[in-house]
Design a binder for this molecule. Structure first.
Ligand code: COA
Length: 306
């Protein structure tokens, strides 16, 4: 049943947005089905993820996540709505606790599903935004200098990363867990050790922000294949400017340097996540030529689904 649904879903996605990848079979989970008024049947796979305490994902995700992977063929929002109607009674049989979420990722441009997600209690907590093409021209001068970070910058990088978590906790899905600074420290240390690019911005030699990113290949079976078309992509993991330096061109200066390296020849484009309720990042990324590709809809806690 699911193969024809995925094929029709791929065709619909391609017509909606040329940057969407083909729909791929979801990971194993609990299969649910629903019937539309015209008798057409749709399916969805619900997977469960339980995060280990102390892992980096706990800083942007609920500890227990039930994810719906809709396979609704060409039906779009009507198919998504039929699946979402079934979900609350399934969640009612669970004891998810407060630190939990129901989540589903759907093409941002498929606005036929937006009303259904909102009606069932979901909020658009994150967007995967994408840009293709070469580096955008810089918007203007900045007093910041940008260089590759080294291990001795670790304290400054952790302070910058924590400024981003603290801000994102106010405006999106980030969670300020106990031990967050240590999690960031170990993650940054690992990135530096394996040579992933981390750039630091300084004004008069004082650190004021940083950005992390790397290349990722979207290929058959890879995580990136579920998000972007096959090829080599730049991924921007975290951009942060300290509160006292925001709005003075530091973020732009960091991205000029990061894009020059991430968007080299052979790269299709770059992508990243931001939170739509963040009042500064959507406009910032739009000016950096990014636009929404996927919207991540969530109810937190999971029992907020209706
Ligand atoms: C988002 C962030 C990284 C942007 O960096 P920044 O150094 O403040 O941004 P810049 O000064 O380079 O501004 C670039 C553009 O962003 C917008 N912008 C950013 N901050 C702004 C502000 N305080 N007021 C008005 N516009 C702002 C403007 O459109 C500006 O374009 P312009 O200079 O051509 O007018 C920074 O504000 C920040 O760290 N915010 C908190 C953490 C965060 O949201 N991180 C991103 C997570 S995805």
């Amino acid at each position: 049943m699911t193969a024809p649904l995925l094929k029709a879903q791929s065709a619909r996605f391609a017509a909606l947005d040329p940057l969407l990848p083909a729909a791929v079979a979801p990971p194993p989970g609990d299969l649910i089905t629903a019937a539309l008024p015209d008798g057409e049947r749709v399916a969805g796979m619900i997977t469960k993820t339980t995060l280990d305490p102390g892992t980096p994902q706990t800083l942007w995700s609920a500890a227990k996540v039930w994810e719906l992977h809709p396979m609704v063929g060409s039906s779009g929002g009507a198919g998504v709505d039929a699946l979402l109607r079934r979900w609350p009674s399934i969640v009612a049989n669970l004891s998810p606790g407060r630190d939990s979420a129901c989540l589903s990722t759907w093409p941002s441009r498929d606005v036929t599903a937006t009303a259904a997600f909102l009606a069932h209690g979901f909020v658009p907590l994150a967007v995967l935004a994408v840009r293709t093409g070469g580096p955008a021209p810089s918007g203007g001068p900045s007093s910041a200098t940008v260089r590759r970070a080294v291990l001795s910058d670790l304290d400054a990088l952790v302070a910058s990363a924590m400024a981003e978590v603290e801000y994102s906790t106010l405006v999106g899905g980030a969670v300020l867990r106990a031990g967050a600074a240590n999690i960031k420290r170990e993650t940054l240390r690992r990135h530096l050790a394996q040579g992933d690019p981390v750039w630091i911005a300084e004004v008069d030699g004082i650190p004021v922000g940083h950005v992390e990113g790397w290349h990722t290949d979207s290929a058959r079976g890879s995580w990136a294949e579920t998000r972007v078309r096959h090829g080599r992509w730049g991924y921007v993991n975290c951009l942060s400017v300290l509160p006292t330096a925001r709005g003075t061109g530091v973020g732009r200066a960091l991205m000029d340097v990061a894009h020059a390296e991430l968007l080299g020849p052979g790269t299709v484009g770059s992508f990243l996540y931001y939170n739509p309720p963040n009042p500064v990042s959507p406009v910032f990324w739009s000016r950096q030529h990014y636009r929404p590709l996927w919207t991540v809809w969530e109810t937190r806690p999971a029992t907020a689904i209706r």
